[in-house]
Design a binder for this molecule. Structure first.
Ligand SMILES: *Cc1c(COP(=O)(O)O)cnc(C)c1O
Length: 379
């Protein structure tokens, strides 16, 4: 359904702007061309598949965190599919192996248990092991795959050299919204621990968390690190960013439903921090709101809050030049990554619709959700 103006969109609604997406993709293409690395889209962070026709020409494929993401990559992206899971299930191996190019195991035990079966199903499948470089400068423990007792990836003491004959590649993922200097430190630790195995490998996957499209990210340093690594070891290098693809490419548009007062002014919106933008609570971070400032910075300060019964369903305190009115639109910036992939129907709240602003200015309302989506997830 084509709309000509955002005011015709249902509320709440996620709105992707294709021109902003292409800006990110052009930069990622530049990284690919200069470094000769392959770049995959991590579906975990961004899986708006109705935008994949725009992404396909720029990237080499998708990385999937299990069967369902692998199927989505296979059906809607149709380029390379790299599948990793903290643990694979026996009954899913056949399907995953048949639609993937790379399959990455989390432990030598899983590798040995499933490698033969997977290769029998798909002889072209390339098998790898995720390792834990035991170093990460990840800013938050919940996002630190190399933290204390992490289950993600095999540590050096748990490495099992008996898999080396069948293992084409090593994978690490140790970054979270980080710059290329953090990658440099991870690489030093990875090489120090696993360097002796790299000559046996066809590829090394540097994981995600590279904040390549963020303003100020040192792209040239990333390119240099990859070039040097490739020169040193003569292997294929993969990057699999998620957030960097969707970074600052669109908004979540919501509406003020009511304004209540309890020691301060509180605007209740038709969206939810808990259900639609959960990282604002989990990470936590403060989403930018278009036209708004910090609390007290402009004349009229409001707490923006969600329409669920969770007391903590709060986006934050923001100030505006003019008083908010019922029916006003509140536009949260940068809401494309780790939002719709995580959204829930908690409290029976309606999922935001999804729209894409095309390059010609048309706004394509690609998905609306209703009561059935809530009901069908329950029984
Ligand atoms: C989360 C994740 C990614 C993507 O991370 P971003 O921070 O979105 O770039 C890539 N690979 C693996 C294994 C992941 O767990």
């Amino acid at each position: 359904m084509i709309k000509t103006s955002t005011t015709d969109l249902p509320s709440p609604c996620w709105l992707l702007e294709e021109s902003l997406l292409l800006k990110n993709l052009e930069l990622l293409k530049y990284v690919k061309e200069k470094s000769a690395a392959k770049v995959l889209l991590a579906l975990k962070g961004y899986a708006l598949w109705k935008s994949f026709d725009s992404i396909k020409p720029y990237l080499d494929g998708c990385c999937a965190s299990g069967l369902y993401e692998a199927k989505l990559a296979f059906e809607t992206f149709n380029k390379e599919v790299h599948t990793y899971a903290p643990a694979f299930k026996e009954e899913e191996i056949e399907e995953i192996a048949s639609i993937s190019q790379h399959m990455v195991f989390n432990s030598p035990a899983q590798f040995k248990r499933f490698s033969k079966k997977a290769k029998n199903i798909n002889p072209d499948l390339s098998l790898g092991l995720r390792v834990n470089p035991e170093y990460s400068a990840s800013p938050k423990e919940i996002y630190n795959p190399c933290g204390l007792h992490s289950r993600l990836g095999t540590t050096l003491v748990n490495f099992d050299e008996s898999i080396l004959g069948e293992c084409d590649g090593l994978h690490f993922h140790a970054l979270c919204e980080q710059d290329s200097d953090a990658l440099e430190s991870v690489l030093e630790n990875f090489e120090e621990k696993f360097g002796s195995y790299i000559p046996n490998m066809k590829w090394i996957n540097f994981g995600g968390g590279h904040h390549i499209t963020r303003k100020g990210y040192d792209v040239e340093k990333l390119i240099l690190l990859i070039q040097n690594f490739k020169k040193k070891y003569d292997v294929e290098v993969y990057l699999e960013p998620g957030e960097a693809i969707g970074w600052e490419t669109g908004t979540l548009i919501s509406t003020v439903l009511d304004i209540v007062h309890n020691g301060m002014d509180i605007a209740i919106l038709d969206t939810s921090a808990e259900a639609h933008m959960p990282d604002t609570i989990i990470m936590p971070y403060r989403a930018e709101v278009r036209g708004a400032g910090e609390a007290g910075e402009k004349r009229y300060t409001y707490r923006l809050a969600g329409n669920t019964c969770l007391a903590g369903d709060i986006m934050g305190d923001y100030s505006f030049d003019t008083p908010l009115q019922i029916g006003d639109k509140i536009i949260f910036e940068d809401q494309m990554h780790y939002t719709m992939v995580k959204a829930t129907t908690f409290n029976g709240i309606k999922l935001p619709s999804i729209a894409i602003k095309r390059l010609n200015g048309d706004i394509d309302l690609v998905r609306e959700f209703g009561y059935e989506d809530f009901k069908e997830r329950l029984s």
